[in-house]
Design a protein around this ligand. Structure first.
Ligand SMILES: Nc1ncnc2c1ncn2[C@@H]1O[C@H](COP(=O)(O)OP(=O)(O)OP(=O)(O)O)[C@@H](O)[C@H]1O
Ligand SMILES: [Mg+2]
Length: 287
């Protein structure tokens, strides 16, 4: 795909761990409003690639731009401020905080009322404003809470009744939902989801697919890593397949599903995902 008009462009992304090149010269371009999925067998380098884009890890080579602005190797919080929000493959929520507080953390980059630009004294002024809570700080807090409540309501009865419970008390699937809610609270330009249905049963997966489908229908730009290929085939505008750190195929779901290199990477199945025959556990998700 051409780089012109791309919202996010990553070129020549490379990350080595000792003797392993986990990500090896990968190019990835995403247009505004596009739904791009990255698939590939375990260890292909998918998570590492997203860690590099979102700043959780530093690349050895390559460049990432967001709307032409260089964001290569910025810290995770700077990249979040630039509008890239993500969830994690192994689920990361603040266990001792409530559902509401976890989601409010996602709003953090948008808080303005307590902020100060006064040189040197800014941190002290911020603390004082947070303690004294003048009217603008209270109003902003109320607005953020109302918005967080709306985002949590996206997940219906799963999260709303648990809004004031600490997330350690939630089921695994609910913690994954909180993570997505927290990412949405950032008002992301790009939403990165790393295996959002990992560990979920069939009905939970269908529910999550519905929510992700709704996010897509809102016109959001979404990058998805997922092993459940039926879901990938149904949601994606485009799919990029990786193996051994490299891109082995890229195209529409139909093109990638029938690409011989992808089929070989998935242990020689005659077809993958969708309505094709050869239904195998890989179409339902790997460990
Ligand atoms: N911090 C690390 N230190 C050393 N090796 C690592 C590190 N992170 C990843 N790797 C290695 O890099 C390769 C790619 O791993 P990565 O987690 O990106 O794969 P993946 O495609 O996300 O796999 P999965 O589908 O199992 O999540 C693997 O060989 C992995 O062992
Ligand atoms: Mg991974």
């Amino acid at each position: 795909m051409a780089t012109e008009g791309a919202l996010l462009s990553a070129t020549g992304i490379t990350r080595r761990f000792g003797g392993i090149t986990a990500v090896d010269g990968v190019d990835l371009h995403v247009r505004e409003g596009e739904f791009l999925s990255v698939i590939g067998p375990n260890g292909a380098g998918k998570t590492t690639l997203f860690n590099l884009i979102s700043g959780q890890d530093r690349m050895d080579a390559g460049r990432v731009t967001l709307e032409g602005r260089d964001i290569t190797n910025l810290t995770p919080h700077r990249i979040a401020e630039n509008g890239i929000a993500r969830t994690f493959q192994h689920g990361r929520v603040f266990g001792n905080l409530t559902v509401m507080d976890n989601v409010l953390i996602g709003c953090h980059t948008r808080l303005r009322a307590a902020r100060s630009r006064v040189p040197v004294l800014a941190p002290v002024i911020e603390i004082l404003r947070a303690l004294i809570r003048p009217a603008p700080v209270r109003a902003e807090d109320a607005a953020m809470r109302a918005e967080a409540r709306d985002i949590i309501a996206t997940f219906g009865e799963r999260l709303t009744p648990r809004i004031d419970q600490p997330t350690y008390s939630l089921s695994y699937a609910n913690r994954r939902r909180v993570e997505i809610a927290r990412a949405l609270a950032l008002h992301p330009r790009i939403l990165i989801l790393d295996e959002p249905t990992a560990g979920m049963n069939e009905s939970e997966t269908a529910e999550m697919q519905q929510i992700i489908g709704d996010l897509k229908a809102q016109g959001r730009t979404i990058l998805l890593i997922e092993h459940k290929l039926n879901m990938v085939m149904q949601l994606s505008d485009r799919i990029m397949a990786m193996d051994n750190g490299k891109v082995i195929a890229e195209g529409t779901p139909a093109q990638v599903r029938n690409d011989p290199r992808v089929i070989e990477a998935y242990l020689g199945h005659s077809s993958i995902g969708g309505t094709a025959p050869a239904a195998h556990s890989l179409t339902e998700g790997a460990p």
